[in-house]
Design a protein around this ligand. Structure first.
Ligand code: MN
Length: 260
């Protein structure tokens, strides 16, 4: 009987030894980086995002959800477009349904609306601002060309000066808001800021004008990617500006000034 007990304890020791080895192996496997939360989430397609029927439609996203990554990551862009922008669009349409604004051009709505109507102000601004934001971004880095490039040199001295002014104001912006490049009422380019979802087309604008470029400085635009490092987001955004598109908006905005 004693013999059997000895044999058993020897076997048990071996077993423990092997299971230790197994544990070590398991530990090594666990140390391989786990997939991030983002990779586990199913990302949809921007083409499947549809606002409810109404006066204004969402702009089609001119690139895919991963088109601006890693500067603006897939999950951030998907949430921004398919949740925030969609909600502003639906709420704005709901707010103007069966009112004098239902069939009015957007810029006239901004001129005429009562700023004490918070729901209309926030959602009309949210709709317009995000429409511009998604349209002036692009996967590949560009620099201004043509008409816009000469105007920037003439009015700011150089592209670097505009960059410093734009990034500087964006960095200084306290709380949620936007920094804009606008064509003011005299046709001059200016950098300006607005709070919340206001924009330079509204009656309260410090520098009224037509926005041709705007950076969203709400935390939802960057917090998943950069947390408190707002400066890194501003730099990353700037590298993805579609200056070709901004040039088109510049020429359009100038036409409006000349008509007045
Ligand atoms: Mn936003």
């Amino acid at each position: 009987m004693k013999k059997y007990i000895v044999h058993f304890s020897i076997l048990a020791s071996f077993f423990l030894l092997f299971s230790c080895n197994d544990n070590n192996k398991l530990t090594e496997v666990v140390e391989v980086p786990l997939p991030t939360k983002e990779e586990k989430i199913t990302i949809g397609s921007p083409n499947d995002v549809k606002a409810d029927p109404g006066s204004f439609e969402m702009t089609k996203l001119p690139y895919s959800y991963d088109g601006l990554a890693p500067a603006i990551r897939t999950l951030t862009l998907e949430t921004h477009y398919s949740k925030h922008y969609l909600t502003y669009t639906n709420n704005f349409n709901k707010e103007i349904a069966n009112t004098e604004f239902e069939n009015m051009p957007l810029e006239d709505i901004f001129k005429k609306m009562d700023l004490s109507n918070a729901k209309l102000r926030q959602n009309a601004g949210g709709y317009y601002n995000h429409t511009l934001y998604f349209n002036i971004l692009t996967p590949k880095e560009q620099t201004p060309k043509d008409t816009l490039a000469s105007a920037i040199d003439k009015e700011f001295g150089s592209f670097a000066n505009l960059t410093n002014q734009f990034k500087g104001q964006a960095t200084k912006q306290f709380g949620s808001g936007w920094v804009w490049l606008v064509v003011d009422r005299y046709g001059k380019l200016q950098v300006t800021t607005t709070e919340n979802q206001d924009n330079p087309l509204m009656k309260n604008a410090l520098i009224p004008g037509t926005p041709i470029l705007g950076i969203d400085l709400w935390e939802h635009a960057y917090y998943l990617d950069y947390q408190n490092r707002k400066g890194s987001y501003i730099d990353a955004f700037y590298e993805h500006i579609n200056w070709e598109k901004v040039n088109e908006y510049y020429i359009e905005a100038l036409k409006k000034v000349k008509k007045v």
